[in-house]
Design a protein around this ligand. Sequence first.
Ligand code: FAD
Length: 439
Amino acid sequence: MSPSTPSPATDSFDAIIIGSGPGGATVARELARGGMRVLVLEQGSAAPIRGTLGQMARMAAVPGKGAFVHRDASLLVQGITTGGSSMVNFATAMPPPLAMFAAHGIDLAPALQSLRNELPMAPLPDNLVGPMATRIMAGAHSLGLPWHKLDKMIRPQICRSGCWRCVYGCPFGAKWTARDFLDEAVGHGALVRDGAKVLRVLVQDGRATGVEFVRNGITATAMAPLVVLAGGGIGSPKLLEASGLQRGPSAFFSDPVVAVMGSVADLVGGAEVPMAAGMHLEADGIILSDLTLPAPMYQAFATQVGRVDRLFAHHKTLCVMVKIRDAIGGRVGAHWVDKTLQPADRAKFKQGIALARKVLAASDATHVFKSWHFAAHPGGSVRIGEGVDSDLQTATAGLFVCDASVIPEPWGLPPTLTVLCLGKRLGEYLLANSLAWAR
Ligand SMILES: Cc1cc2nc3c(=O)[nH]c(=O)nc-3n(C[C@H](O)[C@H](O)[C@H](O)COP(=O)(O)OP(=O)(O)OC[C@H]3O[C@@H](n4cnc5c(N)ncnc54)[C@H](O)[C@@H]3O)c2cc1C
């Protein structure tokens, strides 16, 4: 397809992208830069980020949209807004496991190098590592643990100390989010429609031809020979099922987390960037890090496990995150999502929580308690090799998936950088093969 001028028509495009998180925004930017007429449909709002609890709750805590409660009372959260979960995430960057993808015929190294060259991605300078993260790191080091500062997708020159707002969506522009790529896509002519929920992918003679979506209560269609599903680990399998392109619910991973918390007498804090430092037990599938969250989130954790005695101790409570690589299981259904822990998951938590308790003890914390588990990384629900091929194409010609759902194996890592690499690679592939999609 030769580069073409954006058309004033809103119903016919070269490519339609469903969802504007890291996966969707990256593909949109690549295709728009290559001259394609791109439509991005996002069910969430594009309202400017204010960094308030209320706005964060509307993005990530509305039951059945941003939040799903499982049978075992654990919570799964995701961001429903332009930029997807990147708006509320903790901005920790970890590179994709290249060998895992190589085993599926995918080389992510060139995309990783290119993204490293352009994105903010480095440990925070010491002045932006909060007192709680510093205290926990010192405790871990006293035990001889390889605790180190983690790469953050944060612009340190704009970030400020004593601030917790990245968790609510940074209103200062310090945190990199997928809206940055989306803005670039728009600069290259892409059309982004927020509040537009895609109902199904349209297919004719085994080829994707467009989508049906609802916006402002009106159902409409948009046509394109290329459709990229980037609805995230929950949204994409749901849409495949709603389109009759997948039978039955999908299993998935969610990288569940337990927060282990304890109070110290000589520190007053509670407002800092979470996950500033930590350690990765790669073979065991466990990540530990500091996890200082805003007071309302801490209080929700304490309340859920009945620790009302700790409700007002937020300012002096150190929090260590234990994240595990869970087995693929559970189900994403048409109207529900459910995943409970397997015996191997429980064993990982037992090991990680014991280590977190040691780190807290070495940090002189007392009154230690742990939260119930919760999760924020749904993925692996349309896996490479099963739901899509190594080009991320489904069994339907012209229909691709590009988000955390294509991750092929149990995970246990911050997924954003991997999803960005997949998006960049797919965008380049689609442009290089654009004649195949020309009508
Ligand atoms: C609290 C929290 C902290 C996190 N911390 C980190 C971290 O530190 N580092 C890291 O790497 N990752 C982190 N993550 C995870 C990371 O943000 C996600 O893995 C990543 O955003 C996934 O990108 P995605 O493109 O797969 O999908 P998403 O970001 O989920 O975006 C999908 C988008 O598609 C839209 N959509 C879905 N269905 C439809 C439909 N039918 N029609 C229209 N639009 C639709 C959704 O509204 C959403 O905006 C965190 C997540 C959360 C919630």
